[in-house]
Design a protein around this ligand. Structure first.
Ligand code: CA
Length: 413
């Protein structure tokens, strides 16, 4: 799918209008990016198109398909600029959720549910994924189909392959896009999407289309691009089902942690049966006792002064769409709201802003200087950096929640 191995690991970073694009291309901690060319141009791009032709034909793309698709392709400098700019761009999770799960998006989601009720019921019955989850992804990825992106996918992918920061990845996506065109699932001029190559109502990358898209309306084409969302929504349900979605289980649940809770246990990596969390005094925010359930983890997406969630295996299924905690919580919470659930109750630490990329690198450098392993000084906050923050907090006698707040940076200085 879109996220693939590329999901953003920043617990607090997220996109605005086009969730896909801003997040998908952020690499996991430790991934080495190529330099990318500094002399990109249309003429250099044309040379690349000629050079890549042999590779494409070798991979089974017919010459006519390659030549036809590439004749209309262009170097898109804006795509390159956005690809490089995005790692500098972060928001706090609360700023992201304000937009991602706004009252408007909830209201429009309820309308989308009503308008497509029959289709969504059939998809839910066939794939075993709650319709509200499918609709929540639809709402986040394309505002329920109203913003599917207008960048020509072949141009975007060829530009990113030519640029070379992740050449192998984008070459593979481009070849897959050409195969889609060759099989006539979509007309070349209608293959549009995000600047990063994600396409259609739920923003599938071409490789995700290949592995998970379905022809739900039975017209012979797996059409995730057109106005009719049937194939795209069924493809999304199929994607989640294939990754192990368990119908009837929550993605997560806002909880209240007891006094004296051991914050070393607040990581997705610590999993316990729900009964064990209940024994430790974890309670649903809404009151009552935790229901029985499978192994779950405690997640504090904004540190110990913000909301706490008990997260279930379905959380990890949504992560296959996009690894960012902010994204997964947005999908899950929007689905809850579409089912009539309450807003997140605990306040966010809104006095904090997101660290800039430069500040994130500084934070990592300071931790490294103290002997911690942050998985690199690259401004990407992944599990190793979070673990390093936790270890540092613990050594300082602070609550080890791992959240890289401006206060943590200030104290490290
Ligand atoms: Ca179809």
């Amino acid at each position: 799918m879109r996220a693939l191995a590329l999901g953003l690991f920043l617990a607090f970073a997220a996109p605005v209008a086009a969730p896909v694009a801003a997040q998908t291309l952020e690499d996991p901690e430790g991934t080495i990016l190529g330099q990318g060319r500094e002399d990109g141009s249309e003429s250099g791009f044309r040379d690349w198109v000629i050079a890549f032709r042999a590779k494409a034909l070798d991979q089974g793309i017919p010459a006519a398909t390659y030549d036809g698709a590439m004749r209309g392709a262009h170097y898109l400098p804006d795509v390159v600029a956005r690809d490089r700019r995005q790692s500098e761009f972060t928001k706090t999770i609360w700023d992201y959720l304000d937009v991602a799960v706004s009252d408007d998006r909830v209201a429009l989601g309820r309308k989308a549910l009503a308008k497509n009720a029959d289709l969504l019921d059939r998809i839910e019955a066939q794939y075993g994924v709650e319709k509200e989850i499918v609709v929540a992804i639809w709402g986040l990825e394309s505002a329920y189909g109203t913003w599917r992106g207008d960048t020509p996918t072949v141009s975007a992918l060829a530009t990113l392959a030519y640029d070379g920061r992740r050449a192998a990845f984008f070459e593979g996506q481009l070849l897959q896009a050409l195969q889609i065109l060759d099989a006539a699932h979509v007309a070349p001029e209608a293959m549009l999407g995000s600047w990063a190559g994600a396409m259609g109502h739920t923003q599938f990358m071409p490789s995700s289309w290949a592995d998970y898209a379905v022809d739900f309306d039975g017209d012979g084409r797996r059409d995730i691009w057109g106005d009719d969302p049937a194939d795209a929504l069924a493809s999304t349900a199929n994607y989640l089902a294939k990754w192990g979605w368990q119908k009837g289980l929550p993605w997560g649940l806002e909880v209240r942690l007891p006094e004296g809770f051991d914050y070393d246990q607040t990581t997705e990596r610590v999993k316990k049966p729900v009964a064990s969390w209940r024994d430790l005094g974890v309670r649903p925010m809404a009151g009552g006792a935790l229901p029985d359930g499978p192994e779950a983890s405690i997640l504090l997406p904004a540190g110990h002064t913000g909301p706490a969630f008990l997260i279930f295996p379905n959380f990890q299924v949504i992560e296959h769409y996009n690894l960012a905690d902010a994204y997964v919580i947005a999908v899950g919470h929007l689905a809850d709201r579409l089912q009539g659930g309450a807003p997140i109750a605990a306040p966010w630490p809104r006095h904090w802003r997101a660290l800039t990329a430069e500040e994130r690198r500084e934070l990592q450098a300071l931790l490294v200087a103290l002997g911690h392993d942050t998985g690199g000084v690259d401004g990407r906050i992944g599990p190793k950096t979070i673990a390093a923050v936790k270890a540092w907090q613990k050594a300082q006698g602070l609550v080890p929640d791992g959240y890289p707040s401006p206060d943590v940076l200030q104290a490290l200085r």
